[in-house]
Design a protein around this ligand. Structure first.
Ligand code: TPP
Ligand code: MG
Length: 700
């Protein structure tokens, strides 16, 4: 069958529908060609799918793309970004400012499409949340989008359960659609997320799988022959098929099936032809990731009955057609929703106030009033334990602080134990404790999705398993989402579990990631201060790194207050007159060790300073004079003490400083033996301090 036959045999694409679909196709082809890079084939194939969904079903107001009860559309195949940009352009979605005030300009003007993938264009290579209004989440790493969509759907269920009230049963009733491909289906994260979505019976979730049998290397028969439908039926999803991506009626029927399915998520498997209409490239991987070429574009346009030489051509009536479809429907729904919000506020003023604050990423009045102070205690407690107390005190006053762990809550101590907090489950979507199962990678993406609906999510696990979720954590940072990651069992301090469970290079990993705030508190009071900082973040994810083992609660009458944590590093103990010969810098569990060494040095008449440095990121943004007051440039004798890789520490200790660190994997043994084996004891720190002093004196 020739391409032209395939094309003209599609009976259901007619007149204006067909014109709109072909406009999406040709804009996408032209954008990729102009950029001389990108992915034209999938937008060409899926234009009818996206058109049908947006024009007929999506409850989305292009005039107000941040209306809280809008349906969400996630393009999990981020490489097909031109599909989304074309839609955003044709539906005239408005640009929104960072503080969510709608602006007058359109989000994606035609000039942006023409500047696809160019510097500063609103149409970057892959869709970027916060950069292009109407993009609901950043996608590109395959599988992330679908997994994030599960988080959005979960967030919606939680909002509905808490805020929908008699007379307002539909305050939150939006649906979440995610468009995915073979790549998303192959990535493990989609399995994790789909499994949980099925378990939770998220009936507001619809994935549309572009079953085109093509990936970069060629046909999917190279590496992917599983029966996706059976797999999803196994997960407890409703699975339906559309045999021809051009069949708008079948597509519409599938979307209606989704909407009427009230007890589980829906997967729509759509058979499509990548590069649809391109005579030499259709159904080949050649249509996936490179421009079609001028001649192929001409021929494809001929197949579409399109003016062959026109570029970025939007025929008369197309904008208007979208205005009459999605535009009109979306605006009506949006206006009706806001019209009722006033009544809601009257009837449920407290809930309305919560919603307002949450949606603006503000905290409730008095959110920190119950945060505990911890008395000095040489025996102390593990920072995971103090964190449990602080978390619960905060959760008491921040109702939308919700989260859970990847099956480790008894160890991470992240359970919200407040009365009535409950467990999030199919029977109780208002529960505040989440069970993500042993699915770290999906947990990260789900937290991102939850954060995108503006609840304040936290997720917990052993620090070592951050390795399993780096992809989604990185997207938290890239999207500037204030997701909270609580990682416990932060070092060889886990003891007997051995090297598989002992983080070494992980602190360095986290520090290397832009946009992430990591805090490794030294004691219970630093934990309180850490949570204070974290909860006030608006646009950055935080990683809180906590111990399994007990740490002394530092006597703040003798040493500086823990409030210094907010500046990332502070002088905890100082030499007389603030004139040290040597600086000991510690983080987390090593700070008390530094304090012990300091006391020992003091007895011996050595002038030392202890700097507690829970967060490099917070410290690095302090002004120079503060940074130099903590780490005076003239004091070159410096020792860092951290039970981890020394990677990066020379930034603070200088290349001549000493880094007490671990350069190998850990080993399985009781904790005390391990700290001794790896040299984390007072004698070693004292010796290093003295050696630094003499080394730098000699030099001086
Ligand atoms: C996690 C991840 N791995 C690899 C890639 C590189 N990549 C981009 S598209 C693609 C092939 C995707 O195939 P499919 O999802 O079937 O999309 P189609 O070619 O059908 O549009 C790959 C491997 C990626 N973006 N993300
Ligand atoms: Mg494919």
């Amino acid at each position: 069958m020739s391409t032209a036959t395939v094309f003209s045999s599609s009976p259901v694409l007619q007149t204006m529908d067909l014109t709109c679909v072909n406009t999406i196709r040709t804009l996408s082809m032209d954008g990729v060609q102009a950029a001389n890079s990108g992915h034209p084939g999938t937008p060409m194939a899926l234009a009818p799918v996206a058109y049908c969904l947006w024009q007929q079903f999506l409850r989305f107001d292009p005039q107000d793309p941040v209306w809280p009860n809008r349906d969400r559309f996630v393009l999990s195949i981020g490489h097909a970004s031109m599909l989304l940009y074309s839609l955003l352009h044709l539906t005239e979605v408005r640009a929104v400012s960072k503080d969510y005030e709608t602006l007058g300009d359109v989000s994606v003007p035609l000039d942006s499409l023409k500047a696809f993938r160019q510097l500063d264009s609103r149409c970057p290579g892959h869709p970027e949340y916060r950069w292009t209004s109407g993009v609901e989440t950043t996608t590109g790493p395959l599988g992330q989008g679908v997994a994030t969509s599960v988080g959005i759907a979960i967030g919606r269920q939680w909002l509905s359960a808490r805020y929908n009230r008699p007379g307002f049963e539909d305050l939150f009733d939006f649906n979440v659609y995610a468009l995915c491909g073979d790549g998303c289906m192959m990535e493990g994260i989609s399995s994790e997320a789909a499994s949980l979505a099925g378990h939770l019976r998220l009936s507001n979730l619809c994935w549309i799988y572009d079953n085109n049998h093509i990936t970069i290397e060629g046909n999917t028969s190279l590496a992917f022959t599983e029966d996706v439908a059976t797999r999803f039926i196994g997960y407890g999803w409703n699975v339906t098929r559309v045999g021809d991506a051009n069949d708008l009626e079948m597509l519409a029927r599938a979307f209606r099936t989704f909407r009427s399915t009230k007890d589980r998520p829906t997967l729509i498997i759509v058979d499509s032809h990548i590069g649809y209409g391109a005579p030499h490239k259709q159904d080949t991987s050649g249509a996936h990731g490179e421009p079609l070429g001028e001649e192929e574009i001409r021929l494809a346009k001929r197949n579409y009955g399109w003016p062959e030489d026109k570029k970025f051509y939007v025929p008369d009536g197309v904008y208007d057609h979208f205005r009459q479809g999605i535009g009109k429907r979306g605006k009506q729904l949006r206006d009706a929703w806001f019209a009722r919000i006033g009544d809601y506020r009257k009837q449920y003023p407290e809930l309305a106030e919560e919603l307002f604050r949450m949606q603006h990423r503000q905290l409730p009045e008095g959110w920190d009033r119950d945060l505990p102070e911890f008395p000095a205690d040489p025996k102390g407690l593990a920072t995971r334990e103090s964190s449990a107390k602080v978390l619960n005190a905060a959760a008491k006053n921040i109702p939308w602080l919700i989260g859970g762990a990847a099956d480790l809550a008894p160890s991470t101590k992240t359970r919200i134990t407040l009365e009535g907090a409950g467990d999030f489950s199919e029977e109780n979507y208002a529960g505040r404790n989440f069970h993500f199962g042993i699915r770290e990678h999906a947990m990260g993406a789900i937290l991102n999705g939850m954060s995108l609906v503006k609840v304040r999510p936290f997720g917990a696990g052993f620090f070592i398993f951050v390795d399993y979720m780096r992809g989604s954590l990185r997207l938290s940072a890239l999207m500037e989402l204030p997701v909270i990651y609580v990682f416990t069992h932060d070092s060889i301090g886990v003891g007997e579990d051995g090297p598989t469970h002992q983080p070494i290079e992980h602190l360095a990993h986290m520090r290397a990631m832009p946009g992430l705030i990591m805090i490794r508190p030294a004691d219970a009071n630093e934990v309180r201060e850490a949570w204070k900082v974290i909860l006030q973040l608006h646009h950055a994810p935080a990683v809180l790194v906590l111990t399994r083992q007990a740490l002394p609660t530092i006597d703040r009458a003798n040493y500086a207050p823990a409030s210094g944590l907010a500046r990332g590093a502070y002088v905890l103990a100082d030499a007389p007159g603030g004139n040290p010969e040597v600086i000991l810098i510690g983080t987390g569990s090593e700070v008390s060790l530094c304090v012990e060494a300091y006391e020992q040095l003091k007895k011996e008449g050595v002038r030392a300073r202890v700097v507690s440095m829970p967060s490099w990121e917070l410290f690095d943004v302090q002004d120079k004079s503060y940074r130099e007051s903590v780490l005076p440039p003239r004091v070159k004798a410096r020792v860092s003490v951290e039970v981890a890789s020394d990677f990066g520490w020379s930034k603070y200790t200088g290349s001549e400083g000493c880094n007490i660190c671990i350069e190998t994997f850990g080993v399985s043994a009781p904790l005390k033996q391990l700290f001794k084996k790896f040299g984390f004891n007072v004698e070693n720190v004292v010796a290093a301090a003295k050696s630094q002093i003499s080394q730098h004196q000699t030099k001086g």
